[in-house]
Design a protein around this ligand. Sequence first.
Ligand SMILES: Cc1cc2nc3c(=O)[nH]c(=O)nc-3n(C[C@H](O)[C@H](O)[C@H](O)COP(=O)(O)OP(=O)(O)OC[C@H]3O[C@@H](n4cnc5c(N)ncnc54)[C@H](O)[C@@H]3O)c2cc1C
Ligand code: FES
Length: 341
Amino acid sequence: MTYQITIHPSGHTFIAENDETVLQAALRADFPLSYGCRNGACGTCKGKIIQGTVDFGRYDKDTLTEIEKLAGMALFCCATPLSEIIIECREISAIQHIKIKIMPCRVHKLERVSSNVMVISLKLPHSERLQFLSGQYIDILMKNGKRRSFSIANAPHNDEFLQLHVRNYPGGAFTEHAFTDMKEKDILRFEGPFGTFFLRENSDKPIIFVASGTGFAPIKSILEHKFYMINAQNDQRQIVLYWGARTKTDLYLAKLAGQWQEEHKNFTFIPVLSEALPTDNWEGRSGLVHQAVLEDFESLAGYQVYACGSSVMVKAARRDFINLRDLPENEFFSDTFTPSV
Ligand SMILES: Cc1cc2nc3c(=O)[nH]c(=O)nc-3n(C[C@H](O)[C@H](O)[C@H](O)COP(=O)(O)OP(=O)(O)OC[C@H]3O[C@@H](n4cnc5c(N)ncnc54)[C@H](O)[C@@H]3O)c2cc1C
Ligand code: FES
């Protein structure tokens, strides 16, 4: 069965084919909605069903509660229509003309930047480029049919190679391979770009970035692009980056962030360690990274926050910044590195 979907308030309509989720149909019809993980875990695609019925699909029960379902909410990356439906949500026109493609690529370089993190540079076929917005991610398509998402860490203006920052999960289907037998010149396939975690340029509010671990990757892409544009546009929006990790070596590109701070007077870098080792001789900030933001700001009412990394960090940041520091809900943007299902 095919069903018509109407977006409120824009009035845009499109058709969902057999078993297509609302998000898949919207992306195919070029009416992108806000989304992240595409597997019912992060909550970025949550919106309201104003009319009609859906199959809610498989999703994380903490991400969409029974109370929210009763109030008409659904996760559009999992929900498939069972009738014509009207949904309420914002459309994300910035990615409207960016084509999602499946492409081959070659592993150009593997750099182990810490015991836990591999930087993988991928080379696209000769004369091909991937159009993407800073902050978006790709899915590596594995030979066994599984896919794994990784944020693009380079900026679009510097796109000879796609850079990924891959954290090791012992026993992980993809990461164990990346840390043991992946070699330079290996051929991979990927699909992308995906996601709506990008810098909202239509605001002049100061920006707070909060990263945990390899959550630094998309923020690196956004910042490198922003610094490139600042040089071109003399834009002086204030930016603070809080980057949290366990130990000093887990802040695998701290030197680069420190260099940005020296080069850009509107940028501040605050590294935060939660489990510094005695050998780290750490004199910087300690504790949880989102707590450091709470300590530094009495109010976030006039800010935009971009948080990326572990689910625990992103959830805590969202909850506390909105409830305790008056951050407007629509000024919190996030990309959650949820495990694949
Ligand atoms: C939108 C998006 C962007 C992402 N970007 C990045 C990125 O730039 N860099 C990066 O390192 N990772 C990123 N991830 C996470 C990545 O996609 C994989 O989940 C991760 O690499 C593990 O894959 P795996 O096949 O090695 O492990 P799996 O075989 O999937 O899992 C192995 C074990 O590790 C646990 N595990 C797996 N992933 C996670 C996780 N994310 N958090 C907690 N436990 C986990 C599993 O529960 C399981 O016990 C992103 C995820 C999403 C949804
Ligand atoms: S829950 Fe739908 S995109 Fe993450």
